[in-house]
Write a protein that binds this ligand. Sequence first.
Ligand SMILES: *Cc1c(COP(=O)(O)O)cnc(C)c1O
Ligand code: SF4
Length: 352
Amino acid sequence: MISTKKIHPSDKMPVFQTWQDELSAVVDNIDELFALLELPAPPKTQPSSKKFPLRVPHAFINKMQKGNPNDPLLLQVLPDTKEALSVQGYSTDPLAENHHNPTKGILHKYDSRVLITVTGSCAIHCRYCFRQHFDYAGNQPNTQQIDEILAYINKNSQINEVILSGGDPLNLSNKRLKLWLDKLSTINHLHTIRLHTRLPVVLPNRIDNELIELLKSQSKSIVLVLHINHPNEIDTSLSDKCHALKAAGITLLNQTVLLKNINDNADTLAQLSHALFAAGILPYYLHILDKVAGAAHFDLPIEQAVAIYWQLLERLSGYLVPKLVQELPNRPFKTPIDIYQFDQMAKNTKSS
Ligand SMILES: *Cc1c(COP(=O)(O)O)cnc(C)c1O
Ligand code: SF4
């Protein structure tokens, strides 16, 4: 059913007073999404999972190409019947994160840094998300758990960096975020506070002046790791905010997930790196997809990933090449892909 507010296909994005209004107006109805994109009504597919339904903000829809059912941004959010397939090797906890959960709300997998799931919610639901089956409800820390998290960080002095994650940490209000930052700032052995967020990309208005001032006023170094997969996700609404963040002394990095039919070629990834740099963001990681149940149709063979990466290396300045990594259960860091191993394989195949 189309929502009651009549949205003419040629209408521009609705105007919102605050980012919270924009967040509550996310599109969660396929018919509405297709109407906005001037696409014919979608086929009656299986209803998407109630636990991880369609969810996409207007600002992200606005970056999609009208009339294109294969738009690379649309494909990242559109539920697909293939999600229901059970594929061997794809599980609900591909990273064995449930084994690194020393206290509720914390993932401590890598020695020097700890990840806090400060909220379970995201502004957007990316269909390939590796945390789509994670027990967020049980990991949204309450007041007592927040104290336990801080006590844990306090007593583990090898931890020098905290990553606020989720869900999306910028889904928290500035006030809630400030509470976290105030508490973390009292821990001497922390040097850096990092936020893993997709909100600046999918809802740029989240980066309001109050947030910029809050981040600017911190005594610890602040790093924002964005999540952008395709150059079309970068427009002036995002890059203006990025330049403001940079001017406030914040380091901006990006992680990308390698996704079939979305960014699985060197042209797109090279364009992405250049667009990131122009927006003041440096490429950080290019992730091999985590083998999460429901996302197998986004995966590509590792040999193909390496072949694409080889072209990127040939084409881009070194600082524009993200690190190609895979997250494997129980490894003490994200594993760099051994690209020579596969090169040798390619050569052997050619010569045989
Ligand atoms: C990715 C990740 C980190 C951060 O790893 P870096 O290599 O420092 O970016 C930390 N903790 C967990 C659980 C992670 O998944
Ligand atoms: S923004 Fe990140 S955590 Fe949220 S659904 Fe997308 S990939 Fe998952």
